[in-house]
Design a protein around this ligand. Structure first.
Ligand code: SAM
Ligand code: SF4
Ligand code: SF4
Length: 361
């Protein structure tokens, strides 16, 4: 491989791509804490039609919010190129997310391109469900096999208030049915649990999806970004979520599907399926975190709570080769030390961090 100087666009204030610590190619790529690279999350748009209060509060993401102009977004060909480079280091899973990924025009074309380029990769997508009923068949035809749909409550008033776009529960439930009918079953259903807002809905959600084959994942409310007014008091520890569900439906822990799985699995003892808990706040899982994130405008973020990323778009658009990209990815990963959730305090929660809608959940 040739040695190249990687350009960084100063105007975008990315982190400077460091020099390689060692030549990639000799053994698996590991970061400074010995963690491999398994999972790539790609944000395909920073826009969304919801204004979930914990993610894109309307006071901040108002009508004058400066979303990225189209020219700044990575094009589909560029996304596929980056995905191939990551795949060269052994990633086995790609999640398309955002913002709301189904708002990106032609998203099914991107799915088809990724599926064709990397057929062995487990390709999935996280969506708020609002456009899934219309798109489920096309996504399946393009090669998508799994989908995660976010739904924070079964109570219509609570859900409409949380998404702050007046979107009804029925619309998301129909989307889940449509996804299953199109072949995208079982569907994973993400519920962010916020104390005093929707935590009264935990057992109802468990009850509703028990026995359907779909898997609810209860997510602790996180201090992503800098605008969602996070307070520790608003976090419902996953242990409490499990306690509440177990009182209604006896359950037991199940083995992880693979090392580094984010959601801890719990199984209903009566055989009615399982649910997951994602305890990013009370039981940090940084030590097994093997996820990289590609932002809408083509920067790599090595942690959900980072404030800056490494600009790959300058390499893509500056005539860089795949080799240049591969060396940049290796250098970025080798230097990675992130462990934000292990050191989180009320103080760090107020630090500047990138918004989740920009780098993807
Ligand atoms: N718009 C899509 C959706 O909502 O499914 C995809 C992007 S969204 C940022 C990805 C996931 O992050 C969603 O399941 C959402 O509920 C979750 N999320 C957003 N903000 C969060 C927060 N503050 N704490 C925990 N999870 C959050
Ligand atoms: Fe949009 Fe998803 Fe964020 Fe809600 S969680 S505002 S649906 S990106
Ligand atoms: Fe990974 Fe950062 Fe989350 Fe820790 S805080 S699990 S390093 S994304």
């Amino acid at each position: 491989m040739s040695k190249t100087v990687i350009p960084v666009a100063p105007a975008r204030q990315g982190l400077e791509i460091p020099p390689l610590s060692r030549e990639p190619g000799a053994g698996p790529l590991v970061d400074a804490r010995g963690r491999g690279l398994r999972d790539l999350r790609i944000s395909v748009t920073d826009r969304c039609n919801f204004r979930c209060t914990y993610c894109m509060p309307r006071e901040v993401f108002g009508t004058d919010y400066p979303f990225l102009p189209h020219a700044e977004l990575l094009r589909f060909e560029e996304i596929v190129r980056v995905a191939r480079v990551f795949h060269g280091y052994g990633i086995s899973k790609i999640r398309l997310t955002g913002g709301e990924p189904l708002l990106r025009r032609g998203i099914e074309d991107l799915v088809a391109m990724l599926h064709e380029a990397l057929p062995e990769v487990d390709l999935t997508l996280t969506t708020n469900g609002s456009a899934l009923r219309q798109k489920a068949r096309a996504l399946y035809a393009a090669g998508l096999r799994r989908v995660t749909v976010s739904l924070d409550s079964l109570d219509d008033a609570t859900f409409r208030a949380m998404n702050d776009a007046d979107f009804p529960v029925a619309g998301v439930l129909e989307a889940i049915d449509a996804a299953a009918a199109a072949g995208l079953a079982p569907v994973k259903v993400n519920m962010v649990v916020k104390r005093g807002t929707n935590d009264h809905q935990v057992v109802d959600m468990a009850r509703h999806f028990r026995g359907t084959g779909h898997i609810v994942r209860f997510i602790e409310f996180m201090d992503v970004g800098a605008t969602n007014g996070w307070r520790m008091d608003d976090v419902v520890p996953s242990a409490e979520v499990v306690r509440r569900i177990a009182q209604a439906f006896p359950c037991e822990p199940a083995n992880p599907n693979h090392f580094g799985e984010v959601a801890k699995r719990w199984r209903y003892k009566d055989g009615q399926g399982e649910f997951g808990i994602i305890s990013s706040v009370t039981q940090a899982f940084c030590s097994s975190c093997n996820r990289a994130r590609l932002s809408t405008d083509g920067s790599v973020y090595t942690c959900l709570f980072a404030d800056r990323g490494y600009d790959l778009r300058s390499i893509l658009r500056g005539g860089g080769t795949d080799d240049d990209l591969a060396r940049a990815v290796a250098a970025i990963w080798q230097r990675r030390e992130d462990r934000y959730s292990e050191v989180r305090t009320e103080e760090t929660a107020r630090q500047r961090k990138v918004e989740m809608s920009f780098i993807g959940g």
